[in-house]
Design a protein around this ligand. Structure first.
Ligand SMILES: Nc1nc2c(ncn2[C@@H]2O[C@H](COP(=O)(O)OP(=O)(O)O)[C@@H](O)[C@H]2O)c(=O)[nH]1
Ligand SMILES: [Mg+2]
Length: 239
């Protein structure tokens, strides 16, 4: 059981000015619409309908917040004592690149996404969801370029890996690593960017994604106390 299974709906936001006044780390999920973002969030949180998954892409034009830790937050989110118990937030960003969204609405959302990822201080990391068959479309690159200005970590989930054979999967991952490695800071140091293969259908990469998200949310110690080194077992060497 993962701490992500505790995730519950927190709030929906339509404008940046309405972003919650919370102070816990948030990890945002971004990706082209239809890349498999909602399905991945639902699977990782072990809930069927937490994030809205749809065969009609582009319909979820809101920023949806899910909280981890804290009870009854959905019903009592004005109550500060309860908001204080929240440990982290998962943020489901609107999918980009949906062809049938009108020009002005598309622009509104592109700008909102760009502003959010560049300016939101609480944002600790980005999970970039890309179809493993076509990673780094122009809009994915734009998202990464925006976020790169912050120097914060990115973890890429190459989804629908079940559609690729072993060789194709390895190539997709290699391509992704080489593109990520091209992001360096002013001293030439690589950014903290990682990537993995993922499939909601075949449950490929679940454990790795779970651990990575928990780590990026700053919840590692709390989530897996059993994995902490047991110092009692370390016997000093005798001379
Ligand atoms: N084969 C396969 N299909 C998937 C996978 N994840 C999602 N899908 C399908 O891709 C479509 C879009 O998924 P959705 O999660 O709504 O994408 P979103 O727009 O990024 O939130 C749906 O028809 C899903 O059933 C996967 O891992 N493998
Ligand atoms: Mg979705």
């Amino acid at each position: 059981m993962s701490i992500l299974w505790q995730a519950r709906f927190f709030t929906t936001v339509n404008h940046l000015r309405n972003l919650p006044d919370t102070h816990v780390p948030e990890v945002a999920f971004a990706g082209r619409s239809n890349a498999g973002k909602s399905t991945a969030i639902n699977l990782l949180c072990n809930q069927k309908k937490l994030a809205f998954a749809s065969k009609t892409p582009g319909r979820t034009q809101h920023i949806n917040y899910f909280s981890i830790g804290g009870s009854r937050v959905g019903q009592h989110r004005k109550d500060e004592t309860i908001v204080d118990e929240i440990r982290a937030l998962m943020v489901d960003l609107p999918g980009y690149g949906y062809a049938e969204v009108s020009g002005s609405a598309k622009l509104h959302w592109q700008e909102l996404l760009g502003d959010y990822v560049r300016r939101r201080e609480q944002l600790a990391a980005l999970i970039l969801i890309m179809d493993a068959r076509r990673p780094f479309t122009a809009l994915d690159t734009q998202m990464l370029d925006w976020f790169a200005t912050t120097g914060k970590p990115v973890h890429c989930l190459l989804t629908k890996a079940d559609k690729l054979n072993r060789n194709e999967s390895a190539n997709a991952l290699r391509l992704t690593h080489s593109i990520l490695a091209s992001y360096v800071d002013s001293e030439g140091k690589p950014f903290p960017y990682t990537a993995q293969l993922f499939s909601s259908l075949k449950r490929i990469g679940m454990e790795e994604a779970d651990q990575k998200i928990i780590e990026l949310c700053g919840l590692t110690a709390m989530a897996s106390p059993a994995l902490a080194p047991d110092t009692a077992d370390i016997v000093p060497l005798q001379e």
